[in-house]
Design a protein around this ligand. Structure first.
Ligand code: AVJ
Ligand code: FE
Length: 435
């Protein structure tokens, strides 16, 4: 979004989010919508009505000051009151009721939008509350996509294959010289509370991989005994590797000398030139150690992605300030996998780092902490209650992230053991001396 956010633009992103939620829930039958496909995920029908409930709370009631549509269901769709494994036992709205509910809410929201004053109170300024709700729906759509990947049973989703690159990418890194840069933002209209405020950070010299680590590279780590060498793993990481019996990324299976990967209901040989996906933080960390490197910090990731040393300012996206499109990043479930390393040269950052936005969420070594001047907005439960917890930050978005919920400043987080998300990584290393 540029500084001038129009109501047409708001309607476009709300429509796009809704079309995707419906696509993800209309492609399977009611039994599949009600089922819990993994204890890590909600039933799809819970996500669907939860999307509508958040929209009702913030846009119909708070911004619009209108009468509640269904106050009686607030408790059931409050993520903090019911943990994921317990959600199937709730007397949830059934699929037809859920669809009806979100349709009713959306009708009222379009009415509220027409009346809203984008220059008014903070929640409505630049359409923030509407943007927040569009991002919320898209975040749940990405979770629903992860649920689809966990489903057993035949493929329900279709998409064109992600772009391929003939040439094998070089093991290649980019040097980022020492110096300050501006992290976070004050003027991105739909930035969430944890992306604020803009502040200067000084970093020493480092190198960062030009591309995310690929499946082919990850296989070299496996073949070199990566999963059986405790010295490559952190203490907690190795503990987890043993307890969870990790031997390869999630959804991988070996057949003789060939690695196979289950992807949205279809088995395919692992595509060696694509970024590795479905690895935990601990696996990423072990790989980096094996490679003689480490994971980047959040600040290192963001400087490589946003800082333009020539103009001395941070960009909204690696390539500049323009919104993502299909020539620059693999986003929005346009493809159902990451694209080959090197597939988006036009998405390169000022330093020449590629595929920072889209393809895979990238693990960083940083925990979740507020930036200077943080204040919870509009609710503590989006970010603040997670600060200091057992989380690692992920950056850049995946092939399953919509562009409304992805930008150079966007911060995601999860537990370091998680790998049902579309998580990969790239490596970095400290450089010594003057660069
Ligand atoms: C920011 C992706 C970790 O999905 O748990 C959705 C986003 N917050 N509903 C999540 C979110 C409330 C959140 N993440
Ligand atoms: Fe939510």
């Amino acid at each position: 979004m540029s500084a001038e956010v129009t109501k047409e633009a708001v309607e476009t992103v709300l429509d796009r989010a809704r079309a995707r939620s419906l696509l993800l829930t209309d492609c399977v039958d009611d039994t599949e919508l009600i089922a819990q496909h993994s204890p890590l995920m909600s039933p799809l029908v819970w996500d669907l009505a939860h999307i509508g409930n958040q929209e009702e709370l913030w846009l119909v009631r708070d911004v619009g000051g209108r009468e509640p549509v269904r106050r009686d269901i607030d408790d059931m769709y409050d993520a903090f009151k019911h943990s994921r494994p317990t959600r199937p036992e709730l007397p949830l709205l059934d699929p037809a009721e859920s669809r009806q509910y979100i349709r009713t809410v959306r009708g009222k929201v379009l009415d509220v939008l027409a009346d809203s004053n984008f220059d008014g109170k903070p929640l409505e300024r630049s359409g923030f509350a509407f943007g927040m709700i569009a991002q919320h729906e898209q975040q749940h759509a990405e979770s629903m996509l992860a649920t689809h990947q966990l489903r057993s049973g035949p493929a329900a989703l279709v998409a064109t294959p992600a772009p391929a690159v003939r040439r094998k990418p070089l093991h290649d890194e980019v040097v980022v010289p020492a110096g300050p840069f501006v992290m976070g933002t004050d003027d991105e209209p739909w930035a969430l509370d944890n992306e604020r405020t803009a502040h200067q950070v000084y970093l020493g010299p480092y190198a960062i991989d030009r591309f995310p680590v690929t499946n082919g590279e990850f296989i070299e780590f496996i073949d070199d005994g990566g999963y059986s060498r405790p010295e490559l793993w952190s203490r907690v990481g190795w503990r987890h590797r043993i307890d969870a019996k990790l031997t390869a990324p999630l959804f991988w299976e070996r057949d003789g000398s060939t690695w196979w990967q289950r992807s949205f209901g279809t088995d395919k040989p692992v595509a060696t030139r694509r970024p590795v996906v479905h690895v935990s933080y601990f696996e990423a960390e072990a790989y980096a150690t094996w490679a003689g490197k480490r994971l980047p910090t959040e600040a290192e990731w963001e400087k490589a992605a946003r800082w333009d040393p020539e103009s001395g300012r941070s960009r909204r996206f690696p390539w500049g300030d323009d919104a993502p499109d299909e020539t620059r990043a693999n986003l929005g479930q346009r493809h159902l996998s990451p694209a080959d390393a090197g597939a988006y040269p036009d998405g390169a950052s000022a330093y020449g780092v590629q595929q920072l936005i889209g393809d895979v969420w990238e693990w960083t070594s940083s925990g979740f902490h507020p930036y200077p001047g943080f204040h919870a907005f509009p609710y503590r439960e989006y970010s603040e209650v997670f600060f200091g917890g057992d989380y690692k930050m992920l950056r850049g978005g995946s092939f399953g992230t919509d562009s409304v919920a992805c930008r150079g400043t966007f911060r995601n987080w999860d537990h370091p053991i998680r790998r049902q998300i579309f998580s990969g990584f790239r490596c970095a290393r400290t450089l010594s001396g003057h660069v």
